[in-house]
Design a protein around this ligand. Structure first.
Ligand SMILES: NC(=O)c1ccc[n+]([C@@H]2O[C@H](COP(=O)([O-])OP(=O)(O)OC[C@H]3O[C@@H](n4cnc5c(N)ncnc54)[C@H](OP(=O)(O)O)[C@@H]3O)[C@@H](O)[C@H]2O)c1
Length: 327
């Protein structure tokens, strides 16, 4: 790092990369370069966000010696190749969710991070929101006793576009990978790695899941159920039921700033946590903190946990017979 700021490069300047670009400045870091498959797209993105260096290939981007960390924002079937490219070039990596299309590809990213001694993290941004951190703290201090059940949902109604990222199997389409990874990740965060996962889905005309339900069982008997989809709008809630109360977080993967804590014999308490700007600042700051402290992964979302989440998603898809062409 030059001054105290992490110097970021964006790999694949698509829709979500714009949100990331806005957040970097808000987090106090510097966006210094962008790489696209097209010179025009690299130039347009660089001009819009005032980025000094622009590259017409991902290889040229990751070879820039004056970049500390690469944000990988290509569609998920490309995460493995693009994250490994950056790690092998000696860069830290923040890779968009889901970390890959399956656990095998996620393990390749983890192996590249460890082989190169470089930091890597899945960009599961909601995990770093203050309201989600507050939930972890409340549970750790025993506010609801022992967590026994989790239910969480993330679904929205998109129009079917067979060539679009959400519906095209070649781009890893389907509700589970696009949004289901959020509530499944949340269940892992609260209850750990499940010992069993059972799942149902409705596959649409392009062959990917339009909506799905995943149930998980944990070693201590705890259970979780998640619902997600790209053709049905859901309430966007996460609920943790404990032996001595419950927490409902409102919209934790969207614009979550509030939770309700319910305890037997007490008035419900609404707890709010502010959220700055677009919300990606928290994950950006977490990467900067880890780099400053010489950590190779984040304790809030360790790499093995991202792999375990992919294993759960793999188990669900296997039960539906949903296999992507690149697998
Ligand atoms: N954290 C969040 O809230 C959030 C929200 C939405 C999406 N995401 C994740 O971010 C990733 C990107 O999603 P997005 O909605 O930003 O996608 P997008 O708008 O389609 O952008 C993806 C970019 O990847 C590059 N790319 C490389 N190979 C490609 C290929 N074969 N086909 C299409 N694009 C390719 C393209 O940039 P160039 O050609 O210019 O290099 C494209 O602009 C996905 O993994 C998604 O799950 C995260």
């Amino acid at each position: 790092m030059s001054d105290n700021r992490t110097r970021w490069g964006v790999l694949a300047p698509g829709r979500i990369a714009r949100k990331f670009a806005e957040a970097v400045g808000g987090a106090g870091d510097a966006l210094v370069a962008v790489g696209s498959r097209s010179k025009d797209r690299a130039d347009a993105f660089a001009d819009e966000f005032d980025i000094p260096r622009r590259y017409d290939s991902y290889a040229a981007l990751v070879a820039d010696p004056d970049i500390d960390a690469i944000y990988v924002s290509s569609p998920h079937p490309y995460h493995r190749d693009h994250a490994v490219l950056a790690l092998d070039a000696g860069k830290a990596v923040l890779c968009e969710k889901p970390i890959a299309v399956n656990a095998a590809q996620a393990r390749d990213i983890v192996a590249a991070a460890r082989r190169n001694g470089k930091f890597a993290m899945e960009a599961m941004w909601s995990r770093f929101l203050p309201i989600v951190a507050r939930t972890r703290a409340l549970i750790a201090e025993g506010a609801i006793g022992a967590p026994r059940m989790v239910s969480a949902d993330f679904g929205f109604r998109a129009n079917v576009d067979p060539k679009g990222r959400l519906f095209d199997p070649a781009l890893g389409g389907g509700g589970l990978l696009d949004v289901g990874c959020y509530p499944v990740s949340f269940a892992h965060m609260i209850l750990g790695k499940p010992v069993e996962a059972k799942a149902l889905a409705c596959l649409g005309e392009t062959g990917v899941d339009e909506q799905n339900v995943v149930t998980m069982k944990f070693a201590d008997g705890a259970l979780a159920v998640t619902t997600s989809g790209v053709r049905t709008t859901t309430p966007l809630d996460a609920v943790v039921l404990g032996t001595d109360g419950r927490i409902r977080i409102h919209s934790p993967w969207f614009d979550g700033v509030a939770l309700t804590l319910t305890r037997p014999g007490e008035e419900d308490r609404r707890i709010e946590e502010p959220r700055v700007e677009n919300g990606f600042e928290y994950e950006v700051r977490e990467v900067a903190r880890c780099l400053r402290e010489g950590l190779l992964e984040s304790p809030v979302l360790p790499l093995d946990e991202s792999v375990a989440i992919m294993e759960t998603l793999d188990q669900a898809r296997a039960q539906w017979g949903l296999r992507y062409p690149m697998e």
